[in-house]
Design a protein around this ligand. Structure first.
Ligand code: ADP
Ligand code: MG
Length: 332
């Protein structure tokens, strides 16, 4: 069972875009498809999945584990009203709780990997702190929730860019590679990814090819939320393409949810809409999303991310095409 375990992270950078709504309804949808699911409320600082699932007094939380009050994340799992779905609650708003020490963060990452379920859904919360980004890049599959609004696109872009940077750092498997990364231009986080890769290529081609393999299989998936018009959909598609061009990671559109008052009401009723109204059209979209995600072969995805051999040569070619496209765009 654990071999098939997959981790799906739901992020988006901006608060209030619908990450938690998507995460909880996706968790219900996957549980209904017969998988055991742990919804982990990793919104460091403003956790509210327990409220959305009608749980008044969450027991031990993610923080109890970090603080060593319970032995493992497994001990913080709570049953929910949905068969097959357990919740690992986050703590309410504890000021400063979003700042984890490196050791605490690593422990948390290991614990998430070891949860005894088929599917882990991580609601990573808002912002682009390293805690959020590292949880996000840990996942096998990565969702980005965006509204068709400039500020949401802007934050989603910074979020993904931050995740790409943490991936580049995570690929640095030796002290010398970590040094290379830290010695990149001090403005590296505002630099274009293409230019970062070019600098890596010059200093350590093997490191650079590891990074390219990872980025080629990064696989961010966009969910448009509160999408109203056909024009919104068009914008979403164009933005996905722009993300790909600028960040060298895929950003396919996985689904679009319309503005739906019932989603807001479901929060006050403290039941996910997928529980209240399984036939609602937004719930159906989320079910389709669940099926697509489960159909993706994660073993293949993991192998692709580790690839460093011949297969990488072809991806390097693709990158070159992408690079020249971006160069063309930038010189217009
Ligand atoms: N498709 C939608 N239609 C109507 N309201 C929505 C929709 N998606 C989200 N909302 C509203 O937006 C608010 C924020 O959603 P939430 O999932 O908590 O965002 P986040 O986790 O990204 O901060 C909720 O209160 C909900 O009522
Ligand atoms: Mg949230």
């Amino acid at each position: 069972m654990t071999e098939q375990r997959r981790i799906i992270a739901v992020g988006g950078g901006k608060g209030g875009v619908g990450k938690s709504i998507v995460a909880v309804n996706l968790a219900v949808a996957i549980a209904r498809l017969g998988r055991t699911v742990a919804l982990v409320d990793a919104d460091l600082g403003s956790a509210n999945q327990h409220t959305m699932l009608g749980i008044d007094r969450p027991g031990p939380s993610l923080y109890s584990v970090i603080r060593g009050e319970v032995r493992s994340l497994k001990d913080a799992m709570m049953r929910t009203i949905v068969p097959n779905l357990v919740l690992v609650p986050g703590a309410g708003a504890i000021p400063g709780s979003a700042n984890l020490a490196e050791r605490e963060k690593n422990r948390l990452l290991t614990e998430v990997r070891n949860l005894p379920v088929d599917v882990v859904i991580l609601d990573v919360g808002a912002g682009i702190s390293y805690e959020v980004l590292d949880l996000y890049i840990l996942a096998d599959q990565r969702i980005v929730v965006v509204l068709p609004q400039l500020t949401s696109f802007q934050n989603a872009y910074s979020f993904l860019k931050g995740a790409v940077h943490r991936t580049i750092l995570a690929c640095a498997d030796t002290p010398s590679r970590r040094r290379i990364y830290s010695e990149l231009d001090p403005s590296r986080e505002t630099e274009r990814i293409t230019s970062v890769l070019r600098q890596l290529e010059e200093r350590d081609p093997l490191y650079s090819s590891r990074v390219k393999a990872r980025l080629n299989h990064f696989g961010a998936k966009l969910i448009g939320n509160q999408v109203v018009s056909a024009k919104d959909r068009g914008t979403l598609g164009a933005v996905g393409k722009m993300f790909r061009d600028f960040l060298l990671v895929d950003a396919e559109i996985l689904g679009a949810l319309r503005f739906n008052r019932k989603l807001g009401e479901s929060i006050n009723r403290r039941r996910p809409l997928a529980v209240l109204e399984p036939n609602d059209d937004c719930v159906r979209v989320i079910h389709r999303v669940a099926t697509v995600l489960l159909n993706e072969d994660i073993e293949q995805l993991r192998r692709g991310r580790e690839a460093m051999d011949g297969s990488d040569a072809s991806s390097a070619d693709e990158d070159d095409t992408l690079l020249s496209q971006i160069r063309a765009l930038l010189t217009v």
